[in-house]
Design a protein around this ligand. Structure first.
Ligand SMILES: Nc1ncnc2c1ncn2[C@@H]1O[C@H](COP(=O)(O)OP(=O)(O)O)[C@@H](O)[C@H]1O
Ligand SMILES: [Mg+2]
Ligand SMILES: [Zn+2]
Length: 265
């Protein structure tokens, strides 16, 4: 994470003179006080640090998620709209998002943009988690003599109010590591905590790619790999994710290629 933007020390704040509360005028009503901007900004910076967004995605916001460049796929505009609506409706609507599409279509950018916006506009504590890193952490923390270690380290992942799990299925864990992953996802589901998931694997069941159901645009693009989301995370978990999340499909080719070819014309 970059260093947080410098905050005026509370005593320097011209709005609240260090009290943390500012006066707000509501026409026709008695004067009220509200939390001062200086405290809200400090809170947003704290939450953004705690969200652990990798530095290469720190720049990603919903505002700079482009959908209007030449060659942009229609599904990008729909995905951008769904992301905006998600932020707007949270926490009245807590259903998560399952963002599916080939590499480079902007899935991670969109997911990070959502949590930046949730933090800044609503002060919601969020957490980013890379699936590969998570599996490594589970593996490293495993110590047969100290059963609690694993859960202590994973507590923020279990407890985050909104969790982004990036690149689900990217690696295939051993059986006991998978047990922990499904424990995380299932307990978040049971506790009605919101999870935003991204994956490169087509939204099909185990073996459905081989059995000729390759009509999905994204399935045919991933056909070289020949594996589906169901193959990677089990059909049982795939169907659980459909209860936890709304599907957001992102199609098109790698963003960097799109921009390059657009610049060519
Ligand atoms: N629609 C978009 N507008 C602006 N930048 C984008 C867009 N889509 C992708 N990018 C940028 O392209 C790069 C790849 O996107 P990324 O989100 O990592 O793709 P994915 O997670 O689907 O593989 C990132 O640097 C991202 O910021
Ligand atoms: Mg990604
Ligand atoms: Zn202030």
């Amino acid at each position: 994470m970059g260093s947080p933007a410098p905050q005026p020390s509370p005593s320097e704040c011209p709005l609240c003179c260090g009290t943390g509360w500012k006066a707000v005028e509501v026409p026709g009503k008695a004067k009220r006080v509200a939390r001062c901007d200086c405290r809200n900004e400090a809170r947003a910076e704290r939450l953004l640090n705690a969200a652990r967004i990798p530095s290469r995605y720190e720049h990603c916001t919903l505002a700079d998620f482009a959908t209007d460049f030449s060659g942009a796929h229609r599904s990008l505009a729909a995905a951008r709209l769904a992301a905006g609506r998600f932020v707007e409706e949270y926490p009245i609507e807590k259903t998560g998002l399952l963002v599916i599409g080939p590499v480079g279509t902007g899935k991670t950018h969109l997911a990070v943009g959502i949590i930046q916006e949730l933090v800044r506009s609503k002060g919601v504590p969020c957490r980013f988690c890379d699936y590969r890193e998570l599996l490594k952490e589970i593996q490293n923390s495993y110590n047969p003599t100290v059963q609690t270690t694993e859960l202590e380290i994973l507590r923020p992942i279990f407890e985050a109010e909104v969790l982004v799990m990036d690149e689900l299925g990217a690696v295939k864990p051993s059986e006991w590591v998978w047990d922990t992953v499904s424990h995380i996802l299932n307990s978040r589901y049971n506790e009605r905590k919101t999870t935003i998931i991204t994956t490169n694997f087509p939204n099909l069941g185990p073996g459905e790619m081989q059995s000729g159901r390759t009509s999905h645009a994204e399935a045919s693009r991933n056909a070289a790999r020949g594996e589906t989301l169901g193959d990677r995370i089990t059909e049982r978990m795939r169907s659980r994710l459909h209860e936890m999340c709304r599907v957001v499909q992102m199609d098109g080719v790698d963003f960097r290629q799109k921009v390059q070819s657009a610049n060519f014309r």
